[in-house]
Design a protein around this ligand. Sequence first.
Ligand code: NZQ
Ligand code: ZN
Length: 386
Amino acid sequence: MVNFDYCTPTRLVFGKGVIEKLPSIMQPLGKKILLVYGGGSIKKTGLYDKVLELLTDFEIYELSGVEPNPKYESVVAGAKICRENGVEAVLAVGGGSVLDCSKSIAAGAKYDGDPWDLITYKVPTTSALPIVDIMTLSATGSEYDANSVISRMDMNIKTCLKSDHIFPTCSILDPTYTFTVSKRQTAAGAADAISHVFEKYFTAPTSDLADGMCEAVIKSIMKNVKIALEDPCDYDARAELMVDCALACNNIIALGNGASGWVAHAIEHALSAYYDITHGEGLAIITPHWMRKILSEKTVDRFVKYGVNVLGIEPALDKFDIANKAIDQTYEFFKSLGIPMTLGEVGINDEKIGEMANDIAGDDKLKKCYVPLSTEDVAEILRASL
Ligand code: NZQ
Ligand code: ZN
């Protein structure tokens, strides 16, 4: 194991009906609240009305219309509302995009300049407004991490602000709010969370404990996403997915593991930065090709462990046969969820592969990964994914 210094200061409040605690959660944080939400799903489900009903004693400001792959412009708009009105806390109601946007808003509200300075680390984030979220989609794990992924389409940049100041103070996780998530977003969310675990699992060193936790999370997602796709209102399946996704992006399941470089995510973020695709779909498309690229004598034992422990492949087979079967089955699993499995199906051709590969791996950016990749390696992964 490598050394670690771990703290997640986020309170998780989980279960059906826990939203009733919202007033008592918000009360110590302040009276003036910025309510942030997306394109309208929370209005359709009635959650918006419920939140306002519970917060009648608070002064509510609103930022609506936060986009999937949240944009820098929304961050600027939200931070402005906070600064102009003396907002004391941010309440995100929605999926990972709404929460990520809220996190950068919370940091931007405490900074006089352009929030992009913080998002790109030109200026360190030294404080943020407190953030509370009510999650309506199981996917990113933003509810239990300190990341805020923001896109700037004019620059083809999708980047991640990481700061301990943007951990949510409290995340409200009621699985019933995810019953209305479409099949497409349910599948993409599961692929995203599985990828979060892969990014921790395919590395060195690892431990028996971390491997066991990672494998348990992947197995739970693989089982329960199928149930949720069959029956979107299956409470137990939605509940497992909700907790799986919260844990999948948190280091608690991989304490002491070495850094991997998060290569599949680096590649997907470039795809989204150029083509604004759904994050989980991009990951599902890329992942099997990235796996095939990094399979070698050095990595094969990781694939064997995954193949045997998670996918139930016969352990007596040759180790490279197990590894290749594991990669094939990973592809088939994502496909079985209805995810489009080629870049072509999500509107991406070979035109910008060189540019994207250079953004991802140029200047030796992926030199310190578990398996270092060159610009040409990344271009090959992208071409194989077409
Ligand atoms: O905008 P609304 O109307 O709310 O609709 C959303 C959106 O269209 C809809 N939705 C959400 N909850 C719903 C619902 N529809 C019906 N019923 C509900 N209960 O789903 C659509 C997608 O929402 P979005 O928030 O974009 O999805 P997700 O949670 O997958 O978030 C994706 C974003 O998070 C980033 C991704 O890159 C992407 O920008 N990530 C954030 C991470 C983090 N903070 O740690 C890590 C991830 O690796 C990832 O990069
Ligand atoms: Zn992700």
